[in-house]
Design a protein. Sequence first.
Length: 253
Amino acid sequence: MVTVAIANQKGGVGKTTTAIHLADGLARMGKKTLLVDLDAQGNASSIFSDPPPREESVHELFRSRTPAQELARKTRNENLSLLPSVLELAEVETLLAGHVDGFFRLQEGLKYPDGQAPDFIIMDCPPNLGLLTLNAFIASDYCILPILASRFSLDGIRTMLDTLETVHHRFSRELKILGALMTMYNDRTAISGAVLEPVQELISVFKTRISRSVQVEEAHLMRQTLFEYQPKGKIAQEYEAMIQEVLDGIKEG
């Protein structure tokens, strides 16, 4: 079982879209995949499911230690399961305040009996570096950082790298970074090229760039992934290339 966190403390960087398409794409390749929605906004969940009752959501994994295996629901993709989010997930920070095991609830909840674990677990983290994101880092083997071509992305990457280093030292958890993924990218603008070089000095960057396109919002409006809405479209092909880079990076270890 390989666990991947999709994280950035900034919103609007394509984090949820990346998580959705990585999970759905892996499932379409025949990999048993679980998508864990850790964002109280529930945007990833909404593509595959109506809002569940709180007791049937990831909230219960944190509140009552219900394992993911009992909470995950099937989706229209036979190889993809979803651990959905609800608005009440925002209460988890307060709920677990003072609990010694508060940082490890997700890691414990994602344990499966031998032979029953999915091949991949993909986690869509909230747009902050709070307790839920730290739970995801501690439970993950790898991390992907979606970023925009902007100066503020550099500050965000430095903060993320500092946080990952803290997780490594405080929790003895070595989380490997698969790379920064440039999203909503336009290679015809000067800012895209200007930001790329300093980013590469801090962290490896995926060769694949995800272009800006109205197709993404259109697919979301239809509650579909791009693999359903425009499977031969440019953005779907870019995500397919990104997924192959992910698999190659994991294989290289």
